[in-house]
Design a binder for this molecule. Structure first.
Ligand SMILES: *Cc1c(COP(=O)(O)O)cnc(C)c1O
Length: 419
């Protein structure tokens, strides 16, 4: 459920007509519904009521400060994957004790920064990282709380680019090798072993792979406890899917119920790292049709948003529904919606039946709240879109549209070229 809806053929975000927002801020623009963000966060978090748990929003899906602030005020933590994300999280007021740090290639500076900030836990992904973290912790005079991210080798049945828990993936440590790494870590002075973690993939539409992973993690915890290593946190990662088209992912209650059942009475604090399921359907990308063009083969709608704004269709061949901001009543046509970028891979929708748009019309690219703006770039020297949050009958710019000056920030022409 989300708060993008039609009143008399006109698309609204909560109580504000999308067209009214565009009149003020222009296009392309990412629009987020505050009510939807809140509702999704609460639905997810409350599904785990009765279990000790911490919801750490995976901020790589959407890292705007206003959105982080909203979840922080709801009691949420974050899952970070870089020093830059830690900086954002702290700026937004997320409590360090609710931050977990994932990623295969954490740089020394980021490890230092996170130790100084006293975050909850590092999800370490290799023997070298464990040793590096011990060394950095010693130097900074801190103790590093860790979980080993294990690869449980379960098939999440999702797109290969977003599956992360198979043996051939770069993530985590093979679950069979994990006890050895735990023994190594437990012997290090500046490391405090506190958890186990996994993250098996993204856009999962069934609960069973999560349950399979959890079952394997329980086995690991048992082995560790036999060797005297006490585990307090069980981090199950993120990955719960959403409806882009006709997918029917489990409701958070169903997902949490399946986890609760498998977990039994284990005395552990669960950590969840949802990203897409919270923000995906809470945001849309609004774009304006510049030209329409019909070749002998095809019809194209050429719009002012492009793969630099939303790369998911180009990168994963992802489906995003395309809706008219004002239903024209002109009927539908089958067409490609493409951007102005000089790449054939620059499309937002392919061979899709959609409203018979005309130049000047506005289109909404739905389900764009996760991995939308955060994956955007300046390719073709296109300033990045602005971001707007709607709260009931008001809207707020939460990131200004970039300017041409922003595009060249930090660039310098060396003296020798100025002769
Ligand atoms: C990307 C990622 C997530 C979030 O995944 P979603 O599919 O957006 O829920 C959580 N944890 C880790 C370690 C990740 O890399």
């Amino acid at each position: 459920m989300h708060h993008f809806h039609y009143i008399k053929n006109e698309l609204y975000c909560e109580e504000v007509p999308v067209e009214e927002i565009v009149r003020t801020v222009g296009t392309p623009v990412y629009l987020y519904s505050c009510a939807t963000l809140k509702r999704h966060f609460r639905a997810f978090d409350s599904a785990f009521d009765g279990m000790k748990h911490l919801t750490c929003f995976s901020m790589k899906s959407n890292s705007n400060l206003a959105i982080l602030k909203l979840f922080a005020s709801e009691g949420g933590g974050v899952d970070i994957v870089s020093g830059g994300e830690l900086y954002r999280a702290l700026k937004a007021g997320v409590e360090p004790a609710k931050i977990v740090f994932s990623g295969v290639g954490k740089q020394v500076e980021a490890l230092e920064y996170a130790l100084e900030s006293d975050i909850l836990m590092f999800n370490v992904e290799s023997p070298q990282e464990i040793l590096k973290l011990d060394e950095v912790a010693k130097r900074t005079g801190k103790k590093a709380r860790i979980a080993v991210r294990v690869n449980p080798d379960v098939d999440p049945k999702t797109h290969p680019y977003i599956s992360t828990g198979l043996k051939e993936n770069k993530f985590g440590i093979d679950i069979n090798d994990a006890p050895k790494q735990y023994t190594l870590a437990a012997g290090l002075k500046n490391i405090d072993v506190t958890g186990v973690s996994c993250h098996i993939g993204s856009q999962l539409t069934q609960s069973s792979p999560f349950v399979d992973a959890l079952s394997k993690m329980k086995g690991l915890i048992r082995i560790l406890e036999e060797t005297g290593i006490r585990i307090r946190y069980l981090d199950l990662g993120g990955g719960l899917g959403i409806t882009y088209d006709s997918e029917e992912p489990p409701h958070p209650n169903e997902y949490a119920g399946a986890i609760k059942k498998e977990l039994g009475s284990a005395d552990l604090t669960l950590i969840l790292e949802p990203g897409r399921v919270i923000t995906g359907n809470a945001g849309i990308l609004v774009t304006r049709v510049i030209y329409t063009k019909t070749t002998r083969e095809k019809a194209f709608f050429i719009v002012d948003a492009a793969m630099n704004d939303l790369i998911r269709p180009s990168l994963y061949n992802s489906y995003h529904a395309v809706e008219p901001v004002r239903k024209s009543g002109r009927g539908t046509v089958t067409a490609d919606m493409v951007g102005p970028i000089c790449e054939s891979g620059d499309f937002l929708a392919k061979e899709r039946e959609m409203d018979a748009f005309e130049p000047g019309d506005l289109a909404a690219i739905m389900s764009a709240g996760a991995y939308g703006f955060t994956m955007s770039s300046n390719y073709n020297s296109r300033p990045r879109a602005c971001e707007v949050m709607v709260n009931k009958d008001r809207f707020y710019t939460i990131r200004a549209r970039e300017t041409f000056e922003d595009l060249i920030k930090g660039e310098m022409i060396p003296e020798f070229l100025n002769v």
